[in-house]
Ligand binder design. Structure first.
Ligand SMILES: [Zn+2]
Ligand SMILES: [Zn+2]
Ligand SMILES: [Zn+2]
Length: 258
């Protein structure tokens, strides 16, 4: 299984428009963060988690030319507003692309992007061709077994994903305030766990770095990464304070699990 961090930033990205803070003006490329998204590949199958506003840029940057599915964590703007650009993959692959989401998230996707599934095509209009699939149980995308796990991230229904392929297991939870004990149990035995860590100061819908580290330690993956970071976190300074086996992710980071 191969993982590629397409984006590791919070909803406004880093740098933030109009901000001159040390992280936003930093020359360290690891402090430039597109909106959070993950590419997962195994056994010839490729999927992405979320299509945020930077989806097009992320596909171009990494020369991605095939997607077998898109899995959505929730319907916040920073995770869905690149949805329309899925249509290029319809064209390249000459195929309908499946989009997976849990019921409340699917309702939002079908409302926001109602023109995608409405049955009144105007000739010549270039729209995504999507098979909207509501998640009710674990499912298979080619070689990848996918399980959606609910987390607390404010009022919107939100999930993270557990991916399994070739005996390797990965968790991706970019937006999370709290996780119940059942989910923590479900995530035992992971090779890699990726978890929300917005900043050091508390936030009403995201984990702090300290709370994220504590949760990661209770999950106990072989290797863990912090993601969905805001401009209050300098990459190098944040990394310095972390225990072994927990690292700050950055855009373009690749993990190859053999
Ligand atoms: Zn987010
Ligand atoms: Zn800033
Ligand atoms: Zn969110």
């Amino acid at each position: 299984m191969k993982l590629l961090f397409l984006g590791t930033g919070t909803s406004v990205g880093v740098p933030v428009i109009g901000c001159d803070c040390p992280v936003c003006v930093s020359p360290d490329p690891r402090n430039r963060r597109l909106r959070s998204s993950l590419y997962v590949e195994a056994g010839g199958t490729a999927l992405v988690v979320d299509t945020g506003p930077d989806f097009r840029e992320q596909m171009l940057r990494h020369h991605i030319r095939r997607l077998d599915a898109v899995c959505f964590t929730h319907s916040h703007a920073d995770h869905v507003f690149g949805f329309d650009d899925i249509r290029r993959f319809n064209t390249i692959q000459d195929a309908i692309i499946p989009a997976y989401a849990v019921p409340g998230t699917m309702d939002d996707l079908m409302r926001i992007f109602d023109y995608v599934h409405r049955g009144d095509p105007v000739p010549g209009v270039y729209r995504p061709r999507i098979d909207f699939r509501v998640i009710r149980e674990p499912f298979q995308v080619g070689a990848i077994r996918v399980t959606a796990c609910p987390v607390d991230h404010g009022p919107k229904p939100t999930v993270g994903y557990r991916f399994e392929a070739g005996g390797r297991r990965v968790g991706y939870f970019p937006d999370c305030l709290r996780m119940d004990a059942a989910t923590v149990r479900q995530l035992q035995g992971l090779d890699i766990m990726i978890l929300d860590a917005l900043r050091h100061r508390p936030h009403s819908t995201h984990l702090t770095v300290a709370d994220s580290v504590a949760l990661l330690q209770s999950i106990g993956a072989r290797q863990s990464y912090l993601v969905h970071l805001c401009h209050e976190l300098d990459h190098a300074a944040t990394q310095t304070g972390l225990p072994p086996g927990i690292d700050v992710s950055h855009d373009g980071l690749v993990c190859n699990l053999q």
